[in-house]
Design a protein around this ligand. Structure first.
Ligand SMILES: Nc1ncnc2c1ncn2[C@@H]1O[C@H](COP(=O)(O)OP(=O)(O)O)[C@@H](O)[C@H]1O
Ligand SMILES: [Mg+2]
Length: 325
């Protein structure tokens, strides 16, 4: 399979009030053509920061301090390279569409601008392609939506506009950062179905970020689990949901509400909270919340190593280690 994105040993550091701290470390993964990578982890795990560094959109207080990001063989950490592909061949959809849509411009202006800028189309051609894309993302009454302002649309409609905008130039890679989190369950399901359909139609690779294991199980081909700025587990989707290895992954899976059990069953929750990046410990960062933690876990950080076909960062599996990376 063709690998289109490769991230190796990515590390991002913030500098606030002269204090430096790393928020993500040792992040390595790849995405193949047409594949969906699911990225899961509690809030604050470093999922968005990882994606923003790929897109060259980190806040000015943050910078990539080591590692590489290669897209179709080009180095995306070079400003001039990422600016060429961003919004065209790699696009991003965020949780809150209002943060990306311009509140004072009509939808037609915002959609056509993308094609006028990236594909140098005339307004009329850009308009018909935009209208076509709005229809394709299942927007009812697309013509009248083109004439409206973002505030005149519902949350679900705005997210459809964002997805249409992200798909206009038929990107090779779409990064969707919690795109359904602020939507209600029915709309959430529609948006997921839409993304699945678009991915098939255009063979777009997708990185889908969510803190919701159920969504990841529905959409991903492979999964990475992030915690406190590191990858805890990396696996094929089927294998992961059949046999999660890391205690953190198991905890996340046990926290998923069981629809069949209704409300009668009390939900498992992982005790405690994730650490703040300024207070990362030297051992395994999950150790303080881990029911299996031993003395070694608090002292030495476990490397991500291969166990059967998965990769896991946990000393519980050190005897099963096949190769370290
Ligand atoms: N602008 C910022 N300034 C300082 N710290 C930040 C900023 N943005 C994110 N962080 C910190 O970086 C860590 C990772 O954040 P983020 O990538 O947004 O997590 P996630 O997307 O997994 O919820 C968090 O601890 C967060 O507090
Ligand atoms: Mg986030």
């Amino acid at each position: 399979m063709d690998k289109i994105l490769e991230v190796s040993n990515l590390e991002v550091e913030f500098q606030l009030h002269r204090k430096k701290f790393k928020v993500v470390e040792d992040i390595s993964f790849s995405v193949n053509m047409g594949e969906t990578l699911g990225v899961v982890g509690e809030s604050g795990s470093g999922k968005s920061i990882t994606m923003l560094s790929i897109m060259g959109l980190l806040p000015w207080t943050a910078r990539v301090t080591s590692g590489s990001v290669t897209f179709k063989g080009i180095d995306l950490l070079e400003d001039e390279n990422i600016t060429k592909v961003r919004g065209k061949d790699i696009t991003m959809v965020f949780q809150d569409p209002m943060s990306s849509l311009n509140p004072s411009l009509k939808i037609k202006t915002q959609l056509t601008e993308v094609l006028i800028e990236h594909e140098k189309l005339s307004f009329n051609d850009a308009y018909s392609r935009s209208l076509q894309m709005l229809n394709l993302v299942g927007m009812a009454d697309a013509k009248s939506v083109m004439e409206r302002y973002p505030f005149e649309l519902s949350g679900g409609m705005r997210q459809r506009v964002m997805i249409a905008m992200a798909m206009l130039c038929k990107p090779s890679l779409l990064i969707a950062d919690e795109p359904t989190t602020s939507l209600d369950v029915t709309i959430q399901a529609q948006i997921l179905e839409l993304l699945r359909g678009l991915k098939e139609k255009f063979r777009t690779s997708v990185i889908f970020i969510s803190h919701d294991m159920r969504i990841i199980s529905e959409i991903a081909d492979k999964v990475i689990v992030m915690y406190a700025g590191k990858i805890m587990e990396k696996s094929d989707r089927i294998l992961f949901f059949k046999q999660p290895l890391h205690p953190y992954s198991k905890g996340l899976l046990m926290s998923v509400p069981d629809r069949k059990a209704g409300n009668s069953k009390r939900l498992y929750t992982i005790k405690g909270d994730p650490p703040n990046p300024t207070e990362f410990s030297k051992g395994c960062r999950f150790a303080p919340r881990c029911p299996y933690a031993s003395k070694k876990c608090f002292e030495i950080s476990p490397p991500l190593h291969q166990v059967k076909s998965s990769f896991v960062s946990c000393w519980l599996y050190s005897h099963e280690r096949e190769s370290v990376r």
